[in-house]
Design a protein around this ligand. Structure first.
Ligand code: PLP
Ligand code: COI
Length: 354
């Protein structure tokens, strides 16, 4: 399919201080969009000026939340090149989410081409300052206008981009996490493994209550035994236990994070042991008290690597590494962002030049 390009007549003013902007606010001049109709397939692929969508008030997405999305970033190198980080992985994961939510798949090669064409057109928006990037948000919504509960026959797929600073307001700094023992996010067999909006809507109440208690994010426990750690609102979690990096397994209840995959590869290559296995909150607290639990950090596209200084579970606080950023967390942040920003060699073939 050809991608038609319709350029904006007038361009927006670009932000001067992207680092101070926070996450996902300064949207660029253009968006990619295409439509799907049952029996026809995807059609009318185009890049057009960024604009509001016109959808029917009866659209399935508005009533039954048939929606999926992705998140990836483009970086500007010191040589002024623009790199996307593992876009093929995002294209593949979008299709996994699509299957779970009974939505149409998109040819991954075409999807990556759409991302590259859009970023190429918006390359002046890709910032260079430390901690900044151009965030891409591929999104698919069901816009068939029928109120019966069934998979829609019409869909929209679009990609928008935002010049972005760090996800957490304090940048690369430790956050405090509340271990949630009341609400749950996902159950095995549910949609926790899909990147679908409902998972995030379901998390808001717990996040609000954690914020009120002075915590930045919630760590979810499994919904059955309320015992095993899953993931945090917008990132996977990793724990350095002795010389082993441990993380929850991808069992359908957490997102199969692309940063998670990248970090597991990096730590293996740095000589650490890796365990993807159920980790109970009691094991973590015991390891924290014995000194075995040395570091904890989150991984995600928006969150990059986020150090965790403290957990609170049932009123008990566990402070890690004296509240400071751990040496491995720092090294992983430097290595990952170095590869992403083109400052370090990429022996893995993760970066894709636009
Ligand atoms: N878990 C959740 C719930 C997320 O929203 C994200 C962010 O995308 C992640 C984990 C990390 O995934 P990735 O590294 O692919 O961005
Ligand atoms: C991402 O890291 O890309 C995410 O989607 C997390 C979030 C902001 C929902």
């Amino acid at each position: 399919m050809e991608i038609d390009i319709r350029k904006a007549a007038q361009l927006k003013e670009k932000p001067t201080n992207v680092a101070g902007l926070g996450f996902g606010k300064a949207f660029t001049d253009h968006m990619f969009i295409m439509e799907y109709d049952a029996g026809v397939g995807w059609h009318d692929a185009r890049i057009q000026p960024y604009s509001k969508l016109e959808i029917d008030p009866a659209s399935a997405v508005l009533h039954y939340a048939q929606e999926i999305f992705e998140g990836l970033k483009a970086y500007r190198t010191a040589q002024n090149e623009v790199l996307l980080f593992r876009p093929q992985d995002n294209a593949a994961r979008l299709n996994i989410s699509a299957r779970r939510m009974v939505m149409p798949e998109i040819d991954p090669a075409f999807n990556v081409e759409a991302m590259k064409k859009l970023v190429d057109l918006e390359r002046d928006w890709v910032p260079r300052a430390e901690g900044t990037s151009l965030y891409l948000r591929p999104t698919m919504i069901a816009d068939g206008a029928e109120l019966g509960v069934h998979a829609s026959k019409r869909y929209l797929y679009y990609i928008i981009c935002a010049a972005t600073g760090m996800y957490y307001t304090k940048g690369f700094a430790p956050i405090r996490i509340y271990v949630e023992d009341n609400y749950v996010r996902a159950v095995r067999g549910g949609v926790g493994g899909a990147k679908t909006g409902g998972n995030y809507a379901a998390s808001l109440r717990a996040s609000e209550e954690a914020l009120e208690k002075g915590y930045n994010q919630v760590l979810w426990l499994d919904a059955v035994e309320r015992k095993y750690v899953q993931e945090v609102g917008a990132m996977n979690m990793m724990f350095l236990l002795g010389d082993t990096v441990c993380t929850a397994p991808v069992d359908g209840s957490i997102l199969d994070g692309i940063t998670r995959r990248s970090i597991l590869q990096l730590v293996k290559d740095m000589g650490y042991k890796v365990e993807e296995r159920p980790i109970s909150i009691d094991e973590l607290y015991a390891a924290g008290e014995s000194g075995m639990l040395k570091e904890a950090f989150g991984t995600g596209t928006a969150a990059i690597i986020t150090p965790v200084s403290e957990f609170c579970y049932k009123g008990r606080c566990l402070v890690l590494n004296g509240g400071k950023i751990g040496a491995l967390t720092q090294k992983l942040y430097d290595t990952l962002t170095g590869i992403q920003r083109g400052d370090l060699a990429d022996p893995y073939g993760w970066t894709v030049r636009v």
